[in-house]
Design a protein around this ligand. Structure first.
Ligand code: UD1
Ligand code: CA
Length: 484
């Protein structure tokens, strides 16, 4: 198996993504790379960028919450093969990279890209450009640096009098003079595999954190007279690492702005961009209007001309063109066909499938409900585990009685039915096409096509009853008014 992994082909490079750490500064029981950013675990973003840059194979080093991180990484790139390496003890980025190397073929001789799992803004284009720069300069080791106003916790890039890179010094180990250096290490490296193997084996942990620093490979390369290159990138924000919840929130805002800007540039109206949260996987067509306070999460697709008034939560929903989502729609894992009108205050749960030209009105809840074209449920209904045909009208207060306390049962309703108000359909049940159900009916047996069905109790009337009732309560005045 191993020999097939990581054979060098042309200009390709292998990649190792370091994601074993806990992320102490997050103050969380959850691994840092699992914290959500723009609707997905943080690790999904650098991993996708690395995959898109053409890296192959890709190794992810896991450690803290290894199983969950593995799962999140695999989910980020469905169908793509990933190699995983386990760092049993969190002994630093250098140790992590060394363990990552063991997942490559022992005879792999190409370049290896190393990046950190906490760099969500990384772009494939920058990685491709970086790889080209590394090769053009025939460097043994390259890394991306940026100039920042305040270097904070980043490693500082120390250069000699001729401007050649000598070392990366971690902020905690830096002298005051070194801390004043504005050029910092982003944590994206490319190195030849043979050099990496040797350098990683030589790392020491004689530093402030008693860790093996990956950054020390720079000084090791210089010490051996090898060519090291710091490739200065112009936009520091692309290489920012997330180390705290504050940084996570500000990056969330940054991504959100990028997504909003892209959508507006493509013809989507955002009435108040500051109050909409749209996943970057969402596909939204031109001339969609999105009002305030809207979340569009996961892989939503919204068709052209649709209006989302506001205060909506949509997760993995497909909305056809020219729909109108009134205020207060909550929908997940469902399809809303073209020219449908939903809400106000509707709850479309997973498995709802509206064929088109539907109306689902206020206080209607649907779940695993396949609803045919033109069918309406305008007020106060629960439609669960149901298949309903076309052009049927579901009256106010209709309920599918789908749950018997142990199992869920199916309701089937045909085309062109009038299901009267306050009808209960006790499932499993089937109502044919062109059926008229009188209001207040409890349907417990199959109804045939074309029938009228009712379960009314005969209406009885006792003339003058109210007077004797009041008398029984010693009330001669003729009524209780405001004194109760
Ligand atoms: C690191 C760099 C620093 C650089 C900065 C850029 C080192 C020593 N320092 O610092 O020069 O400016 O990133 O953001 O590399 N990890 C493991 N195993 C470990 C420790 C960490 O896999 O034992 C992983 C973490 O999951 C994380 C990544 O390595 O994804 C970086 O670790 P982190 O602790 O965030 O490094 P920084 O202190 O930010
Ligand atoms: Ca970091």
């Amino acid at each position: 198996m191993k020999s097939t992994r990581g054979q060098q082909t042309g200009d390709s490079f292998a990649a190792i993504l370091l994601a074993a750490g806990l992320g102490t500064r997050m103050r969380s029981a959850r691994a840092k790379v699992l914290h959500e950013l723009a609707g997905a675990p943080m690790i999904a973003r650098p991993l996708s960028a690395i995959a898109a840059s053409g890296a192959d194979p890709i190794v992810v080093v896991v450690g803290y919450q290894a199983d969950l991180v593995r799962e999140a990484a695999a989910a980020a790139l469905p169908g793509r093969r990933l190699e995983f390496a386990l760092q049993p003890e969190l002994r630093g980025t250098g140790d992590s990279a060394r363990i990552g190397m063991t997942a490559l073929a022992p005879d792999y001789r190409g370049d290896v890209l190393i990046a950190y799992g906490d760099m969500p803004m990384l772009s494939p284009a920058s990685l491709v450009k970086f790889a080209a720069d590394h090769r053009r300069n025939d460097a043994v080791l390259s890394f991306i640096s940026v100039i920042v106003k305040d270097g904070g916790a980043y490693g500082r890039v120390v250069r000699d009098a001729d401007g050649n890179v000598c070392a990366i010094v971690e902020a905690r180990d830096a002298s005051a003079a070194e801390r004043a250096i504005p050029e910092v290490n982003t944590g994206v490296y490319l190195a030849r595999a043979e050099f990496l193997r040797a350098a990683l084996a030589d790392l020491k942990c004689d530093n402030a954190q008693r860790e093996f620093y990956l950054t020390d490979i720079v000084a090791i390369a210089r010490g051996r007279g090898l060519k090291v290159r710091a490739c200065l990138a112009s936009d520091p924000s692309e290489f920012a690492g997330v180390n705290s919840r504050q940084e996570l929130a500000s990056m969330e805002a940054q991504i959100r702005n990028q997504v909003n800007d892209r959508l507006m540039a493509s013809g989507v109206t955002l009435v108040d961009p500051a109050s909409v949260y749209i996943s970057d996987q969402a596909e939204i067509a031109a001339d969609v209007t999105i009002g305030p306070n809207v979340q569009i999460l996961g892989r939503c697709r919204i068709g052209e001309g649709t209006l989302i008034e506001g205060t909506a939560y949509l997760s993995d929903v497909e909305v056809g063109p020219r729909c109108h989502l009134k205020i207060g729609v909550r929908a997940e894992e469902c399809r809303i066909g073209e020219e449908s009108e939903i809400g106000p205050f509707a709850n479309l749960r997973a498995g709802t499938d509206l064929e088109g030209h539907n109306r689902i009105g206020n206080f209607v809840e649907t779940k695993k409900a396949k609803i045919g074209r033109g069918t309406k449920a305008s007020h106060l209904s629960y439609l669960g585990d149901a298949t309903i045909g076309r052009d049927t009208n579901i009256g106010c207060g209709v309920i599918t009685v789908n749950y018997d306390g142990y199992d869920k049962h199916q309701t089937q309703i045909g085309d062109r039915c009038m299901i009267g108000c306050d009808t209960q359909l006790v499932a499993p049940i089937k109502v044919g096409s062109d059926v008229y159900v009188a209001s207040g009916t409890t349907i417990i047996r199959e109804v045939n096509d074309g029938a009228l069905v009712m379960s009314h109790h005969p209406q009885r009337e006792k003339p003058g009853w109210i007077e004797s009732w009041r008398a029984r309560h010693g009330d001669a005045s003729g009524g209780k008014s405001g004194d109760r």
